[in-house]
Ligand binder design. Structure first.
Ligand SMILES: Nc1ncnc2c1ncn2[C@@H]1O[C@H](COP(=O)(O)OP(=O)(O)OP(=O)(O)O)[C@@H](O)[C@H]1O
Ligand SMILES: [Mg+2]
Length: 279
C-alpha cells in the first residue's frame, strides 16, 4: 500500500465516530510531578470503571515503570524495529489500566520512512480506540517538538507547574507556544506541591493574566495538589498512590471536561501530520 493510500485509510478511520479521549500532562520545567499525576489520573479513571492506557512519552528517562515497580520487557522502539509485537509492549497494571513505555519511540518515528510511520500510527490508533476510553500521555520535561505535537493534538492538555517562579515561567511558555500553533485552545492548569489553596490560585491568576493579554489560550484552573512529605517514601517503595494525593486528583478530574466525545477528528492524524511535516 502506498503512503498516499495509507493516508486515505487513516482518514477513513478518522471519519468514523471516535469515543476515546486523549489527555496529556505536560510542563516546561522537569520534576514538577507529571509522572505521578499521570499515574494517579490513570488510576482514578480506571477505578471509576474506565479503560485507560498511559503512554510514557518520556523518552529520555522513562520513569512510569520505575514508579510502579514494573519493568516492561519491550517498548515502542522495539516495536518499531520489529523486535516486539504490539501486544508485547502493552503492560497491564490492573485489568483496566495499562501502559506503554515509548523508549526512544517517538523520536524514531520521525526518522522512519513515511509509509512505516503511517502503518505504526494506524496500529496505535486502532489499539487505542478499540480498547481504551482514555489515553494519557506522560510527557518529558522541556519544550520538545514531540511534546508540542502531543499537547497540540490532545482533547485535554493538562499543564502542570509548581509555585516556583521558574516552573511558572516555563508553564506559561509552553501554553504560549502551543496556543500560537493551535490558534487558541483550552488548557487546564494544575498547580502541584502547594502549601495552601491560595498559593495555587495565585499561580493560576498570574498565568491567566499573561495568557489573556498575550495569547489566544483559554487557561482554565483545574486545581491544586498539596505538597505531601510522605510521597517520596511511597515512590521509593514503588507504591505511589497516596490517599490524600488521590483526593486532590479526584477534585481536579471533576473540573476537566471528560465526557467521552463523539467526534470526527483523529488525534493520531493531527500528531502524524505535524511529525511528517517537519521531516
Ligand atoms: N504533591 C507532592 N508532594 C510531595 N512530593 C511530590 C508531589 N508531587 C510530586 N512529588 C515529588 O516530586 C518528584 C518528581 O515527581 P515526578 O517524577 O512525577 O515529576 P516529573 O514532572 O514527571 O519529572 P520529570 O520532568 O523528570 O519527568 C518525585 O520525587 C515526587 O516524589
Ligand atoms: Mg516524569
Amino acid at each position: 500500500m502506498s503512503p498516499d493510500q495509507q493516508v486515505i485509510h487513516l482518514k477513513h478511520k478518522e471519519g468514523s465516530d471516535v469515543s476515546t479521549k486523549y489527555l496529556a500532562i505536560a510542563s516546561g520545567k522537569g520534576g514538577v510531578g507529571k509522572t505521578l499525576l499521570s499515574l494517579s489520573v490513570g488510576k482514578a479513571l480506571a477505578d471509576s470503571g474506565k479503560k485507560v492506557l498511559i503512554i510514557d512519552a518520556d523518552f529520555g528517562l522513562s520513569n512510569v515503570h520505575l514508579m510502579l515497580g514494573i519493568n516492561p520487557p519491550k517498548n515502542l522502539a522495539d516495536f518499531l524495529f520489529g523486535k516486539a509485537t504490539f501486544q508485547d509492549i502493552v503492560v497491564s497494571v490492573t485489568d483496566r489500566f495499562s501502559f506503554i513505555s515509548s523508549g526512544s519511540g517517538i523520536q524514531e518515528l520521525a526518522r522512519l520512512p513515511k509509509d512505516q510511520v503511517m502503518n505504526l500510527v494506524r496500529r496505535l490508533q486502532e489499539l487505542a480506540e478499540d480498547n481504551y476510553d482514555f489515553v494519557v500521555f506522560d510527557t518529558p520535561p522541556g519544550i520538545h517538538d514531540d511534546t508540542l505535537s502531543v499537547v497540540s493534538a490532545v482533547d485535554v492538555p493538562i499543564i502542570l507547574t509548581t509555585p516556583e517562579p521558574t516552573a511558572v515561567a516555563d508553564a506559561y511558555a509552553l501554553i504560549k507556544i502551543v496556543s500560537r500553533e493551535t490558534q487558541g485552545k483550552d488548557f487546564f492548569l494544575v498547580v502541584n506541591k502547594v502549601e495552601s489553596e491560595k498559593e495555587g490560585t495565585k499561580v493560576y491568576e498570574s498565568i491567566k493574566l499573561l495568557a489573556d493579554r498575550y495569547t489566544k489560550a483559554n487557561v482554565i484552573y483545574a486545581g491544586a495538589i498539596k505538597f505531601r512529605k510522605g510521597i517520596l517514601r511511597r515512590i521509593i517503595e514503588q507504591s505511589p498512590f497516596d490517599g490524600a494525593f488521590m483526593d486532590d486528583v479526584y477534585n481536579i478530574l471533576s473540573k476537566l471536561d471528560l465526557e467521552i466525545p463523539r467526534r470526527k477528528r483523529s488525534f493520531w492524524e493531527a500528531v502524524v501530520s505535524r511529525i511528517l511535516g517537519r521531516k
